[in-house]
Design a binder for this molecule. Sequence first.
Ligand code: BES
Ligand code: MN
Ligand code: ZN
Length: 504
Amino acid sequence: MRTDLSFSPLAQIETELLAVTAVDTQAAKGPDVRLQPVLLTSDEAVRAAAAAVLSSGEYKAGTNEAVLLHAPAGLKAKRLLIVGLGKKSKATVHAVRNAAGTAVRYTKPRTIRDLTFALPEDNSIGLLHAMARAAIEGAFVGDFDADTYRSERKDVSVHSFTLAAPFSGDQAAIRTAFNEGVIIGESQNFARTLVNEPGNKLTPTVLGQRAAQMASETGLKWEVHSTDKLHELKMGAFWSVSQGSAEPPALIVMKYEPEGVTDGPVLGLVGKGITFDTGGISIKPADNMEKMKYDMAGGAAMIGAMRAIALLKPKVRVIGIVCAAENMPDGKAQKPGDVQTAMSGKTIEIINTDAEGRLVLADGITYARRLGATHLIDAATLTGACVVALGMINAGAFSNDDATFEKFRSALSTSGEKFWRMPLADEYYDMIRSDIGDIKNTGGRWGGAITAAEFLHAFAEDTPWIHLDIAGLAWIEDNKPFIAKGPSGVAVRSILEWVRSYES
Ligand code: BES
Ligand code: MN
Ligand code: ZN
């Protein structure tokens, strides 16, 4: 998708489709109050073209509600699309992100190949440059479809997306934000492309190759290791997951070291990269098992975030680690009751081989600390229990450090993603104490997302650390107006923003 920025008057823009936003201003004051939706542009010609449909009562400017007008009089655009931001009081920068995505997804199946999206002219929603960045991100998010392997892919991509911003805005700031939006949107889609790949195409080795290629292209240092290195580093927890698979594991390490930055924090990003999770000997039921190709979404989020970091160049050092393996049942697979020794020296009693994500992450976290990480963030499709707790609306977030978590919370207001903080406590840790060794890899049915987090906590120890359980959000079950069903790329934007908050 090509992207352009325009400061021309909307009526003058030649485009297949001009998208503008509107808000619902109706006050809930009884049946007689019927205020019409308000268009968020000062362009008189556009206002005139939209006047009839806005006063008709047929269009309410609800969230992502769209109406299309052909051959709008007085405009050079061939079509005018109005996209709702919902209630005026609730219109946010994130609503603009989704509106841009909605415009793209409206356009794609109609084989319209170019469109222009006008930023709302309403400074109560947010700063123009913030909206510009969000709109571009939303456009890329909307442009992605999961049908990679369909013989006839009809709507592969919108060719050109132009962002129209008011001439009076701070043009330099808008352009910078626009460029950032392109990098971030493309990085999120890069992560989604990886998550979408089936397990036979994207093995741990291939995931390593994709990360390495990205790293080479963007100037990151990288290393991809396999079995021998796992043994050398004594990564007994990570290895125990991969030992039952014919596919060798991949320990993916990406390093971002900005010039001139030799002190300050070193951020460690650790992702779960299970390219397929059968459950192992504690095998999963057949229903929905095919979805477990997305069990590397946490790892993909880290690879996507590292891409954005490499291109945006914040002044802070970052190490990205992805622990990639395939969890299979086999004659060589680990068994319930086995005891494994993690890289940290802790002994782990395996209760359930399907609780494999925490095993690979345990060694990934230890390795990140060994490499000098002062602050950690991990992302993983870790537990079904987290989905039970929070549904598919919020992902789970855990932290052993309030200050570190506050930085993440602020990042969310920029990323527009929803994470909900969940508790940690010693009493939960007590649930995973082992009789035979130090720790068990499951703590029973109750509080399953939390005992999983406490398991990771035992390896992060006192290093400030955030754990993101994205099991419920990494895969979108149904199409939405602004995003296709399939891989979401969740956490890329939030992790990036958290990293940027440490810039010196
Ligand atoms: N990858 C799964 C978690 C998962 C479930 C991700 C649903 C996405 C959607 C993880 O490895 C797993 O199997 N977890 C088990 C843990 C249990 C055995 C303690 C679970 O959640 O059932
Ligand atoms: Mn599992
Ligand atoms: Zn898993």
